[in-house]
Ligand binder design. Sequence first.
Ligand SMILES: [Zn+2]
Length: 73
Amino acid sequence: MEKITYCENCCKDTEYAIRDEIISVDLKGVKFTYGALVPYCKECQNEVYIPEVNDLNIIRAYKAQKEALEKGK
Ligand SMILES: [Zn+2]
């Protein structure tokens, strides 16, 4: 898979890379962190939106939230 996507900042298709970021969430008093994948444009370093990566982050966040809820019981 080629890592090319449209960057709104560059107004063209650019190459992107992915960095790991720890995201802290406080959802209705349930606090948890998860390692999110953040795709960014290699040319301008702006974040870009990749649906597949976003899906992975949702799964990671969901798992982390579930674990946090189970710990809190
Ligand atoms: Zn860009």
